[in-house]
Design a protein around this ligand. Structure first.
Ligand code: GAL
Length: 807
């Protein structure tokens, strides 16, 4: 088996020129062996794992499928959706094989001189119930699959080769969405001195932060005696701008205040990051060095000014995201997250809620760098169950430690502006729940006095009566637009957060007639209409939230359910098969925007214009029939033409929620040809235009890569959107051709996804059908530089290929 040697470790202290080797951090990425199923004595050192699969971590064992209806078939009433009678549900957790036991094994070598050091084994998440063994002996266990946790393995290590084995187990009925399975986040080894800064021991806050001056407070928890700490602060160009030395500590904590004149304030628009380098000395010997990125910013929440960042009121333009990355499953991948967040940036979105669990470190790093406000959530369940084998089993034993680890591991991220202690917990009912809410909130406050705590509440009436809503720092309402005003009046905080909004459903490129508002609407093809008029029994249309956001100064923003589609929870088709992923996203599972994306973009992206027409204009068989046309635009009015004939001017008007935010021509009669919209300024002059044309037969393929230069690190990804066009280059919006993919050179085919929630084609097989004329192929770099070629072919279509470079 592959053995990793720790001499060649990366030194984390990239800032010092003459770095002494104080602390090394090694990601255990390559060389793991994996086995799905029980394996007796697999924790033993001499266990023979040669026949096990070779994998890299992060790894999600369930994403390779196959999709199977039987996997998550349940006969239940989902009470939080208001259901009373149990019905047979499928696809709720993605119908992927995440349940059961899985084993991972690897080895690493500790050279002689490392013995006597402190060694920490850190897991950034392990799905779930990890049991961790070193050299055949158990070093620890955890429960919650989303928690970050670590063990001090110094005592159990020996010089030379060490064997690490991890057993994981997922129960059925343990999730309401696809949770993934396995070591889906990083595992790392931290080797440091006994005298050192504690794990997550640095806490940086900015109690004063304005354009003139910042007071940067740095608390540093450490182990050892008679030590001194030097903290240096660098700006983003790596120029040192401050330094402070402290010899006095209390209870093994240094508490330093550093002044920074005319700081660059962090915000989504100006995501400026500073770096603090903390060096711990014993006499003249450097014992430890830790580098921490941070931002200088102030946050406040008040009845008077709502949410303020750096003294300016703003409303969250946020989305909720589950943690899966569509075709990659839950195996965390930074380039997939970066692409997701680039798409959200273009949307004008400025905030993310990690529904309903701890975010990955990678996502938080990107939020800091790219500029997103972050609502970091912890739990979907407390003590009362939503699903039989959910977090309720662990709450008593683990909740405090899980919150402590969440806060300590992530509290230096300027992006995090609020914690969430829970989502729609059934404990909203009854006095026990109020106590639990208070207890959890106080743990957050103890660990981090600088950020407020919310809970996403759906039982709003109950929380008004019990006092549950009143004790929270931030009352978060999930849906229930009709109760916002009452909640605002009854709750003492003086403001309301839309912690979860809309839950409108749609399938990319699919339109149903007549275009009309409907709740829990189902169609024989198990798709939902992209006229964006369909929602769930508990939810609403985007405009119902827009009105509250725009008209009520006491509403501090919204987090839309959801930014991207996710695996599992295929409402309204959770009783229909096949259907295995959500319809809620503004963007589909492949990362291709649906029409709804442009509705939000038209109000959120204030930098660039939005002018988007729907539906497509390929309606063979609908000739002469009414085919409504909607335009989502940042302009106030526009004129629509069908084959040059004016359909009249529409102007946004207050008569209905939809007419206030959409331009709608409901009586357009379909004839093939060209649909054209001309946007008008206040004076009625044309300012922009867009066209959609009826396409002919699929003829050629078109490939668009989000990035053509990749890092040769074995992890980087290019996302290539494949579409089919007719002879004249018009996109064919209904094409469903089966395509094949071949990657050659310094990379490999990773996965494909078409955004069709009913597709049972598995992502990692190099073939897939187009859905509404499109799909996305993911190509991954190798660890060696070189060129990579992706070739896409399909029957009767001209092949197409694209070259990428890995450097
Ligand atoms: C909410 C819940 C989410 C998701 C959503 C679907 O009630 O918090 O997790 O289930 O409904 O609309």
């Amino acid at each position: 088996m592959f053995t990793r040697i720790l001499f060649s470790l990366l030194i984390s202290c990239s800032f010092s020129l003459f770095a002494q080797q104080t602390r090394t951090v090694t990601e255990l990425h390559d060389g793991w062996k994996f086995h799905k199923g029980e394996a007796e004595e697999a924790q033993a050192e001499n266990f023979n794992d040669t026949k096990w699969e070779q994998v890299t971590v992060p790894h999600d064992w369930a994403i390779y499928g196959p999709f199977d209806k039987e996997i998550d078939k349940q006969t239940v009433a989902i009470t939080q959706n208001g259901e009373k009678i149990p019905t047979e549900k499928t696809g709720r957790t993605g119908s992927l094989p995440f349940t059961g036991t899985g084993w991972y094994r690897t080895t690493f070598e500790i050279p002689e001189f490392e013995v006597g050091k402190k060694v920490i084994l850190l897991f950034e998440g392990a799905m779930s119930k990890p049991q961790v063994y070193l050299n055949g002996e158990k070093v620890g266990e955890w429960a919650y699959g989303y928690a970050y946790f670590y063990f001090d393995i110094s005592e159990k290590l020996r010089s030379g080769e060490n064997t690490l084995a991890v057993k994981l187990h997922n129960e059925e009925f343990s999730s309401r969405w696809y949770p993934g399975a396995g070591l889906y986040r990083n595992v790392s080894l931290i080797v440091k001195n006994q005298e050192s800064i504690n794990q997550w021991g640095t806490f940086i806050t900015t109690p004063i932060a304005n354009e003139e001056v910042a007071k940067v407070n740095i608390k540093t928890d450490f182990s050892g005696e008679h030590l001194r700490l030097i903290t240096r602060i660098y700006d983003k160009n790596k120029k040192q701008i401050a330094q402070l030395e402290s010899a006095e500590s209390f209870n093994n904590q240094f508490d330093q205040n550093i002044k920074i004149e005319t700081p660059n304030l962090w915000s989504p628009e100006t995501p400026y990051l500073y770096t603090a380098v903390s060096q711990l000395y014993s006499g003249d010997i450097l014992k430890d060095e830790v580098t921490t990125k941070f931002g200088i910013r102030s946050i406040s929440y008040s009845a008077e000014n709502g949410f303020q960042l750096n003294g300016k009121t703003r409303k969250f333009k946020g989305v909720c995201l589950h943690h899966d990355l569509g075709p990659l499953g839950t195996a965390v991948n930074k380039s997939a997250l970066r692409r997701q967040m680039n798409i959200l940036k273009d949307l004008g979105c400025d905030a993310i809620r990690s529904a309903h669990n701890m975010p990955s470190f990678e996502q938080l790093e990107l939020a800091d760098e790219m500029g997103f406000l972050f609502l970091a959530e912890s739990f979907d369940e407390w003590k009362k169950p939503k699903v039989k084998n959910g977090y309720n089993r662990f709450f008593d034993e683990y909740a405090e430690q899980d919150v402590v680890n969440l806060v300590r591991a992530t509290r230096n991220h300027p992006s995090i502006v609020m914690w969430s202690a829970g989502n729609e917990v059934p404990d909203q009912y009854g006095s026990e729940g109020v106590k639990r809410a208070k207890w959890l909130q106080e743990i957050f406050h103890r660990e981090d006095p600088t950020r407020p705590v919310t809970v996403g509440m759906d039982q709003v009436k109950a929380t008004m009566e019990s006092g549950f809503g009143a004790i929270l720092d931030i009352p978060g309402l999930n849906y229930r637009v009709h109760l916002y005003k009452e909640a605002y009046e009854k709750f003492p905080q003086g403001f309301i957060l839309g912690s979860e909004t809309a839950s409108t459903v749609s399938s990319r490129g699919v339109y149903k007639f007549p275009a009309e508002k409907a709740s829990m609407k189902e169609y024989p093809d198990f798709q939902s209409s992209s006229y964006d008029l369909e929602y769930c029994s508990w939810s609403n249309l985007p405009e119902d939230d827009f009105i509250l956001q725009d008209d009520k100064p006491w509403v501090i923003g919204e987090f839309v359910w959801t930014g991207f589609d996710y695996l599992g929870e295929p409402t309204p088709y959770d009783t229909s098969w096949p259907s295995r992923s959500s319809y809620f996203g503004m963007v589909d599972l492949a990362g291709i925007p649906k029409d709804r994306y442009y509705l939000y973009r038209s109000r959120w992206n204030t930098e660039e214009e939005t002018l988007h027409i729907l539906p497509h204009w390929n309606w063979e068989g609908r000739e002469g029939k009414k085919t409504p046309v909607f335009v989502y635009t940042s302009y106030d009015s526009a004129e629509l033409f069908v084959n040059g004939k004016s359909q009249g001017i529409q102007k946004k008007k207050d008569s209905t929620p939809q007419t206030r935010y959409r331009l709608m021509w409901n009586d357009v009669v379909y004839e093939p040809g060209t649909l054209k919209v001309i946007a008008l300024d206040q004076a009625g002059n044309p300012v922009a235009q867009k066209e959609v044309k009826t396409a002919g037969k699929p003829y050629a393929l078109k490939l668009d890569a989000d990035r053509t230069t990749l890092k040769a690190d074995g992890k980087d990804l290019s996302f290539i959107t494949v579409s089919v066009v007719d002879k004249n280059g018009n996109p064919c919006p209904t094409a469903t051709n089966q395509l094949n993919f071949k990657v050659t050179g310094a990379g490999s085919y990773r996965a494909a996804c078409n955004g069709d929630a009913t597709s049972l084609e598995i992502f990692h097989k190099p073939t897939m059908h187009l859905f509404s004329g499109k799909l996305v192929v993911l190509v991954q770099s190798d660890e060696e530089a070189g060129s990579i070629n992706l070739k896409v072919s399909g029957n009767g279509l001209k092949n197409q290929s694209i070259d990428l470079q890995a450097k």
